[in-house]
Ligand binder design. Sequence first.
Ligand SMILES: [Zn+2]
Length: 284
Amino acid sequence: MRVRLGILAAIAMSMAGVAADSPEWRQPFAAHRVVGNIYYVGTYDLASFLIVTPAGNVLVNGGLADSVPLIKKSVADLGFKWTDIKWMLTTQAHYDHVAAFAEIQKSTGAKVLATAADAELLESGGKTDFHFSAPEYHYAPVKVAERIADGQVLKIGGTEITVYLHPGHTKGASSYAIPVQEGGRTYRVLIANMGSINPGVKLVGNAKYPGIAEDYRRTFEKQKALSCDIFLSSHAGQYGLHRKYTPGAAYDPARFVDPEGYRKAVAAMEAAYRKQLAEERGTH
Ligand SMILES: [Zn+2]
């Protein structure tokens, strides 16, 4: 029921020309260590991750424009320097994950790395998005230093980040796999961009994104072929952060080990996709 209301609210707000938003996107949340050199620095629902390396730190996602002070405080609360952020990545170049990028880039000098399609979106400030092209979804454009590709391994200060192109939600949406050594074992961490379909997006006859249905289909194939130990995502709610972690709880990577949760989340997204596709094709 809660989710249904959220979707209805999102539709209502977009029809009202107000950027779909949620109070949970602006609510602060305790910074915490997820596993090894990966930390949560996001808001209550907009996930941002700090990957700390001796060569400089990587920030994955930046939230809304007014998320910057929250992320900055989280980085400081963990004892890290803001200006040690040297690289920025995103799972999807929508306003709720990258509207803060321009300010973060300016205040850190960090390099933004993005897939080709999402780099275009970032450099347009969201204007070229096939769905969220209305002014309320625009954000300050950022310069992308390097286009990254599917399967590329980013080697930063001993940490290896594999890029997976998982388009559909945005044309360049991507996930990142990071093996983390901790306590004598390797945790396969996956920051997955889930294949959710925004309200109002058409899968059939989408003039702005003709290949969307096929991109989603392939994304689900690829995501089903991936497995992980620790499942993270663009929204805290998508990987059950608040079920797994309570502010102040002791550091314990085991609480985030959830390969089954990942598998089920992908399956649920694919089921929603298949249902919508059948409805649009009139074959349900
Ligand atoms: Zn999005």
